[in-house]
Design a protein around this ligand. Sequence first.
Ligand code: HGY
Ligand code: MN
Ligand code: MN
Length: 438
Amino acid sequence: MHRRVFIQNTAIASIGLSLFDSLIARGATNNSLHINAQRIEQRIFELAKFGVDEKGRGYRVAFTKGDIEGRAWFMELMKKAGLNPTIDAAGNIIGKRKGKNNALKPICFGSHIDMVPDGGNYDGAVGSIAALEVMEILNENNISTEHPLELIIFANEEGGTIGSMAMAGHLTAEGLQQKSQSGLTQAEGIKAIGGNPDNIQSCIRKKGDIHAWLELHIEQGGILEKEKIQIGVVEGIVGIVHWEVIVDGFANHAGATPMNMRQDALLAASKFVIAVNEEINSVKGTQVGTVGKLAVQPGAYNVIPGKVTLGLEIRDLDATKIEMLFKKIEHRASTIATNTKTKISFNRQPNAPIPALTDKALQLVINSTAKALGLTTKFMQSGAGHDTQEIAKIAPAAMIFIPSIRGISHSPKEFSTVTDMQNGANVLLQTILRVDTQ
Ligand code: HGY
Ligand code: MN
Ligand code: MN
């Protein structure tokens, strides 16, 4: 669907969804195509086996052994589906399916298969496995699309949407040197998974290179389940900024140092964590702020902590609001430092995904497609970050959400039902077919 058509559709949308729906409905869903839900579920369980550590925790963290093995397994399946998978300079896995008219730009879809430490088996995996399922259904039904298709599995999504940021041309030299969760720098990690960071520019896609990008993903929150809605149509994705926070106090004897003569870094850090929560809650809105990491040095019963390192994260759809909240937190930190005779400093981390709105016309196609499949839908924002927010910088991009049971994610308790995964994959398949023919 060309940009002009996107604009037309948006214009039509402003007349009212009913006209647009009827336009789309005539494009009808190809109901002869049925996603194989059992195959999706079986692959979710198979992928989950990679990266399980000695304590049985899921650890398919980007660039680790589990990630490398999981990627190899997935590429095997892509090969069997005739997608000739390759790895680009950023470590993204790309599988291609020819269209009737290869002069057209590709419709791309996929997600990521890396996970957070001790994470869940559905974040990223659902969208990746459903994307493969779409390709296999098209193969099995001998369907040729007008546009070429590309299945993309982005590298290190959890570490800051690294692979998609690189594809959008925003991964800097500084960003490549950032330490990833695996302990490797991003550059070392990209190399470990078959990328070529010295030639990172070669993976860049420019505006116009991609016809449309679609990502199916679990909601990772509890709204869809609570409101009993089957499909979420994502309107926007929050920006995420991370700071390393260093609290410098003075390590000393825990027994011989009177209470009024201490420079206790952990006391200051504890006050800081509470201040973050207070400041984030001090203004109206859906912003969130978290201190998710904390390391105490030297870490002994009988030593007053001399240094604490924390990880601060703030998210919101509005980048200026993130900065405003950080300023408030910084101000609180200077008061805490004075009162505890410590020093609190902030290192803003590179690779911060900026907020992104998804493509309105694509949202409408997703919405109409889901409804034509008899599914309920809700337009909503994403509190989680995604590769889509990077690709939205260079192409019309949109996301399809399915419910997360009990709103749990980034946890081994993360779960989505087979029916929801089937619904999501069917909406993905039919949306691709509609975008292809419009
Ligand atoms: O952290 C996130 O929001 C995403 O799951 N990477
Ligand atoms: Mn994800
Ligand atoms: Mn995640």
